[in-house]
Design a binder for this molecule. Sequence first.
Ligand code: GTP
Ligand code: NA
Ligand code: MG
Length: 290
Amino acid sequence: EDPSSVPLRPPVVTIMGHVDHGKTTLLDFLRKSSIAAGEHGGITQHIGAFSVQMSSGKQITFLDTPGHAAFLSMRQRGANVTDIVILVVAADDSVKPQTIEAIKHARSAKVPMIVAINKIDKDQANVERVKSDLAANGVEIEDYGGDVQVVCVSGKTGQGMDDLEDNILLLSEMLDIRAEPDGMAEGWVLESSIKPIGRVATVLVKRGTLRPGDFIVAGRVFAKVRSLRNEAGVEVEEAPPGTAVEILGWKEPPEAGDMVLQAPTEDKAKSAVHYRIEQKEREEAMEQIT
Ligand code: GTP
Ligand code: NA
Ligand code: MG
């Protein structure tokens, strides 16, 4: 089959880095300087994942990851579901434990990286030190003859943010990321919670397209998709590959990290769930007797 007949999908870009180095601030900036895929306003529902249309018209899906040590598995997952990692390093603090951890995740997941040296507006900013610390930790940055792009930015003043956006779009074009929008959908649960509107889970769709009425299974949980919402809380009619949406309709909350699979019928989805529950019970029973 000709691979170019499979349509392009938006790249999934994960922002990683040490605690308080400015990941969320940079994301907020990118979100504001772009046309959100829907209307902002009302109560902001921060789901840590959102798809936006950039000024160029291209769509990008961003994932935010917390820098706190307790969120290791979430960062691991972030690195695994992503196409590009933006490594944020504060210019006044340089390379720190979670920076090094992010470098390792990106490397083991074989994901290309762009470095954003942030907080360059600060008096204590020392860009050269960050670059040499990165090189000392095996990041092959362009200044030192490598191919990892480095962009100096400030999430506070906005300096360098256009550059960062351009770099992301350029790299995604080079990666030529494609996915089949038809057929049974597949994705990952990024997070799940209970809200006044019901049990919700943020799902990143990797292939296929999810729509209201679809039957899905995540881990050992069944759902008939009741509705889909984007990060602005606006209901959308479909979630094509490379987009993240909040899904309503779960019997129970699924677990972050669970794989999401669409089933052609309700019966098939329910028997998949049943099979997984039985399998899990068998495993647990085996653990107790061995
Ligand atoms: P965690 O999610 O807790 O790991 O933090 P984070 O990496 O998302 O950092 P966050 O965006 O919360 O920013 C941490 C602090 O740094 C906040 O007080 C921001 O206002 C500040 N900050 C972020 N970017 C900049 C910047 O470019 N310049 C300056 N001066 N301050 C910044
Ligand atoms: Na913070
Ligand atoms: Mg943050």
